[in-house]
Ligand binder design. Structure first.
Ligand code: IPM
Ligand code: MN
Length: 354
């Protein structure tokens, strides 16, 4: 039987609870489709940091790089200063494992209330390909005369030809494989960021002829936020830099029903990739069996597709759609009409028999 080694990082807040539900659904998929998942748990997160002072052990990256995939709950702890764990764990893994794509599907499932008037599942189904290792996230910059009246703070956006091109090529290829509208939109800000997005646009235009079946388009990021609300049906695949991708995918999460359902993959096509619900650790719901596990379950489905278990991944998504269509009152924590465990059980049962 085929088997996969999965590193599991439950993390902080409600991360562990949603990961438990995800693992149940993954195991049911494995049973049905004839593969096995072997899990190794890592306790990286706020509690470990507060206890030991260690954020991520030096050996961690090397160790994680040997797995077939990483399944992550959430990082972020109310007793730790913002940024410490996010940068020290989440961003460090993305960077050092060179997960240069952050893949974020924005899809409205049936039965989910959409905040946009007159929009349904037929209107909201696109994917954002976010660059995941460069841009403003690279950490370039610094202070001058910090703490004085003359203080200067500089934060630079790093865009390398290699980094931009590999992201764009991934987006073109993803758009081909997705085989829906075959339309790729570059999201930038060429009217103001005349260096960074000049490089993005030039590279985009240069490589587009390599993908003659893909229609290309460009929109400024501010306009994209407008169209995502007014005409989300226009989009098939959007490709953009790290910061813009971060922002527009939170908007994307809202139009697909909220953080309870939004999943993403941090992809290194040549290395180890990491899958996560994008909503964060929601510490106020920790341990209450109220948080929505569907985003984590969907992230698990994406992980299976990435591992080549396409049918199994699609079955997880189909089961989630069945649950949203027929069994949930709301996607919000505490308002689902079911506990976290019950929602996980419903999906798991469907994965086994739907
Ligand atoms: C996300 C998150 C992270 C990001 C934070 C927690 C560092 O918002 O995954 O979108 O900005 O990338
Ligand atoms: Mn974000």
């Amino acid at each position: 039987m085929k088997s996969y080694n999965i590193a599991v990082i439950p993390g902080d807040g409600t991360g562990p609870e949603v990961v438990v539900e995800g693992v149940k659904a993954l195991d049911a998929a494995g049973e049905r489709y004839g593969f096995k998942l072997d899990y190794t748990h890592f306790d990286f997160g706020g509690d470990r940091y507060l206890k030991t002072g260690e954020i991520l052990p030096d050996s961690a990256i090397e160790e994680l790089s040997k797995f077939d995939a990483i399944y992550l709950g959430a990082i972020g702890h109310p007793d730790v200063k913002p940024g410490v764990l996010e940068k020290g764990i989440l961003l460090r893994m993305r960077f050092e494992l060179d997960q240069y794509i952050n893949l974020r599907p924005v899809k409205l499932y049936p039965g989910i209330e959409c905040p946009l008037k007159d929009k349904g599942p037929e209107h909201i189904d696109f994917v954002v390909v976010r660059e995941n290792t460069e841009g403003l996230y690279a950490g370039a910059g610094g202070f001058l005369k910090k703490g004085t009246a003359d203080e200067v703070a500089v934060q630079e956006s790093i865009n390398t030809r290699k980094g931009v091109e590999r992201c764009l090529r991934y987006a073109f290829e993803y758009c081909q494989k997705r085989n829906k509208e075959k339309a790729l939109t570059l999201c930038g800000k060429t009217n103001v960021l005349t260096y960074a997005f000049d490089l993005w646009q030039r590279t985009f235009n240069e490589i587009a002829p390599d993908y003659p079946d893909i229609k290309t388009d460009y929109a400024h990021v501010d306009a994209i936020t407008m169209w995502m609300v007014k005409n989300p049906e226009w989009f098939d695949v959007i490709v953009t830099d790290n910061m813009f991708g971060d922002i527009i995918t939170d908007l994307g999460a809202m139009i697909q029903g909220g953080m309870g359902i939004a999943a993403g993959g941090n992809i290194n096509p040549e290395g180890v990739s990491m899958f996560e619900p994008i909503g964060g650790s929601a510490p106020k719901y920790k341990g209450q069996n109220k948080i929505n596990p569907l985003a984590a379950i969907c992230a698990g489905g994406m992980m299976l597709e990435h591992l080549g278990e396409d049918e199994a991944g699609k079955m997880i998504e189909k089961s989630v759609m069945e649950v949203t269509a027929k069994h949930l009152k709301s996607l919000a924590a505490g308002k689902m009409g079911h506990t976290t465990t019950e929602v996980g059980d419903m999906v798991t049962n469907l994965v086994g028999k739907l």
